[in-house]
Design a protein around this ligand. Sequence first.
Ligand SMILES: NC(=O)c1ccc[n+]([C@@H]2O[C@H](COP(=O)([O-])OP(=O)(O)OC[C@H]3O[C@@H](n4cnc5c(N)ncnc54)[C@H](O)[C@@H]3O)[C@@H](O)[C@H]2O)c1
Length: 468
Amino acid sequence: MSLSHLSSSGGGGGGGGGSPSSPGKLKTEKHHSHNPRLLLLRLKNHSSYSKLTLYSLFGVAALFLTLFFLSPSSSNSIASSSSYSSYSSSFRRSLRTSSSSSWGGSEWEKKVRSSARVRRADGLSVLVTGAAGFVGTHVSLALKRRGDGVLGLDSFNDYYDPSLKRSRQSLLDRAGVFVVEGDINDSPLLRKLLDVVPFSHVAHLAAQAGVRYAMKNPSSYVHSNIAGLVSLLEAAKSAEPQPAVVWASSSSVYGLNTRVPFSEAHRTDRPASLYAATKKAGEEIAHTYNHIYGLSITALRFFTVYGPWGRPDMAYYFFTKDILKGKPITVFQAPDGSSVARDFTYIDDIVHGLLAALDTAEKSTGVRGKKQGPAQLRVYNLGNTSPVPVTELVSILERLLKVKANKKVVNMPANGDVQFTHANISLAQRDLGYHPTTDLKTGLKKFVKWYLDYYNPITYKTSRSSSS
Ligand SMILES: NC(=O)c1ccc[n+]([C@@H]2O[C@H](COP(=O)([O-])OP(=O)(O)OC[C@H]3O[C@@H](n4cnc5c(N)ncnc54)[C@H](O)[C@@H]3O)[C@@H](O)[C@H]2O)c1
């Protein structure tokens, strides 16, 4: 049974057949009509289009590309400092943002303010980084629903299909959440956002996720999880007022720890992947900013989060895709033949935990970048406390999809995944009132319903109405 498919971190990269060997491999079939190459081919074959029309199209495309590459904001999103030069070219090659970003101007500021406006007494105003991501979307929607002000920030990179991020953005847009397109390494943008809105909190979820992808593109982890985190904390410590920061660490920090269930008091100095090492480094960096500048900071160690609008690089997601297509799925087992298991945590439970962390976060104490007194520094596990073997995950999916999986069981390669995750959540229970309520079967049922609806809305709705 596979662990490598179930990254402990939610990093997920699934190996075998479904894993992303490059970001492009994760692209889904939806929205292929936007492929400009296909569009041009179709145009070429269409007799009613004159050569003149084609030349004009190429001219416009060339002008657009020139403007894109000359635009300062497009390069911003990759690296704003020369210190990134050693890895910036590979980063550019492998993780592109899906369109050029631009920000500033009075209309833009109006949208930023309106999105971040608090609509309930004592509500929070929250900057959510990674808002077009899986967890970020759910967190932003939940905050907006209860009347908090929310502004999103996301680079829309193509680690996995950006069209899924765009669909999440549309969902957020309909709920009144504006997502600014930009990179957390873009310090002028961060300063501007924190200047326009006196955010009370930052929910920092932007990161390079995935365990196995670190072997393909290590720089992207340094870029987002280390340089990006420092850039964010720099902006937060200089802001007036300093916001409280709640951010996503990961269960992967437990690495080679064998004591179970994993408790916050256990060792986290033996990471098994670069992803885990960058999250662990993030926890140490957070300590520094808390210590020197008085920033109130809470790290949440998520355990394999799943659910609707999830991440296509995670096992439950690409197993579903491959089972439906009749493609074989690769299920890893530990070298000694023992089970691989994950403490799968449903997205709604994670959202409750994260909102509770925001609600209980004390204010930062710094003024004009200077610490005025001790500030809160917390770390919590957010898991489900009931690890499930990967083989059981596959069986549940088979029942829900009514399709037998074609399983290939192989030994887990040494790629950074760990064999087992299991959260001790007593600290989060005590301080955050965190009580996960969704078991894997119930949560997967909701995921599968969403998946069928998202990728095949017509067939799914027709078959449902004819069977009801
Ligand atoms: N999903 C899980 O199981 C899980 C488990 C443990 C930890 N986490 C952590 O939780 C957070 C959210 O994870 P997710 O599953 O929603 O992942 P995700 O990839 O869906 O979301 C992350 C978002 O951040 C954006 N992003 C990445 N780098 C950026 C940058 N430099 N600037 C701006 N935006 C950037 C991406 O475009 C993406 O939309 C991450 O920090 C992840 O490491 C997730």
